[in-house]
Design a protein around this ligand. Structure first.
Ligand SMILES: Cc1cc2nc3c(=O)[nH]c(=O)nc-3n(C[C@H](O)[C@H](O)[C@H](O)COP(=O)(O)O)c2cc1C
Length: 303
């Protein structure tokens, strides 16, 4: 069996497969299906300083080869996360990536500060949520604000800091460079693409929020392109996601330059997707006589 472990921003992951924030909750429901220790890590549901109820329903819609969501960061708040979820996850022998967000820079700073003494292995600062009115994507679509919020959070945490980027921008490489300049240890991408679906009979948008974030296989080629562009523009490691549903997708994402791969929407129809992907990666490496998964990262050969 090949070596699947990767060192990502100074943190060792036993394999590169990580369920994506918002698609896996805090892992409890999935533990009934397979041991969480089989996963490289878990990116937990986006957590804010105060608890949030999220947006009104309906907030999920199916689309061709994908889904729209406007969940809007429903979460129990950082103190509850630290009290109930982190101690539970800390016993599971997997890496804990705490995905955080906030309406203001101060909110994000305070949330990161509270995480400091905990067992969390890495912070994933979400500056790319399209489903909340304040904050969210507002920070992630402008280089100055992306750099400023990264610097502010950097100043209060010694945890490795990954910043999650929005695809809803003109140049994702400019934003990636800005957060690198702000002190990010890594970037993750892509968050969802802003989309809309309308019921032609009622003439109402399907989502109560009117618009939502598109993810799933439909966005995969966009994600691969962006991961490849960003990996070639920054010196920090890249965590790739967006439409990964099979082991072949994971290989593609890694060839494009991702050293960690997150799995989101695929979990909704295939809860076992991470297990299947880890098995498939092993098989692919063995079949190709590659002993170390690190040997495929960024190894696409562009024309
Ligand atoms: C229902 C749902 C909830 C999500 N919630 C969050 C969140 O709280 N924080 C975050 O950073 N991303 C969130 N995302 C975005 C995913 O983590 C991921 O970036 C995106 O869905 C693309 O990956 P995928 O195509 O594999 O789903 C959410 C996605 C879905 C489908």
């Amino acid at each position: 069996m090949a070596n699947l472990s990767v060192n990502f921003a100074g943190v060792t992951f036993k394999n590169p497969i990580v369920p994506a924030s918002g698609a896996f909750g805090f892992g409890r429901e999935y533990e009934e299906l397979y041991p969480l220790s089989t996963l490289g890590g878990i990116s937990t549901k986006g957590t804010t300083l105060e608890p949030r109820n999220g947006n009104p329903a309906p907030r999920i819609a199916e689309t061709p080869s994908g889904m729209l969501n406007s969940v809007g960061l429903q979460n129990p708040g950082i103190d509850s996360f630290l009290e109930h979820e982190v101690p539970y996850l800390a016993t599971k022998d997997t890496r804990i990536i705490a995905n955080i967000a906030g309406s203001t820079i101060e909110d994000c700073v305070e949330t990161a500060r509270r995480i400091e003494g905990s067992a969390v292995d890495m912070i994933e600062l979400n500056i790319s949520c399209p489903n909340v009115k304040e904050g969210g994507v507002a920070f992630g679509v402008n280089c100055n604000s992306a750099q400023t919020i990264t610097e502010a959070v950097r100043n209060v945490t010694t945890k490795p800091l990954m910043v999650k980027l929005s695809p809803n921008v003109t140049s994702i490489t400019d934003i990636a460079k800005a957060v690198e300049a702000g002190g990010a240890d890594a970037v993750s991408l892509i968050n969802t693409l802003l989309g809309m679906k309308i019921d032609i009979n009622t003439r109402r948008p399907i989502l109560r929020n009117n618009v939502g974030g598109l993810s799933g296989p439909a966005v995969f080629p966009v994600a691969v392109r962006m991961v490849w562009q960003v990996a070639n523009s920054v010196s920090i490691p890249v965590c790739g996601m967006g439409g990964v549903s099979t082991w072949k997708d994971a290989v593609e994402m890694m060839l494009a330059g991702a050293s960690l791969v997150q799995i989101g929407a695929a979990l909704f129809d295939t809860p076992f997707a991470p297990m299947k992907i880890i098995d498939g990666l092993n098989q692919y490496l063995d079949d190709n006589k590659i002993e170390n998964i690190n040997d495929i990262i960024g190894k696409v050969q562009p024309w």
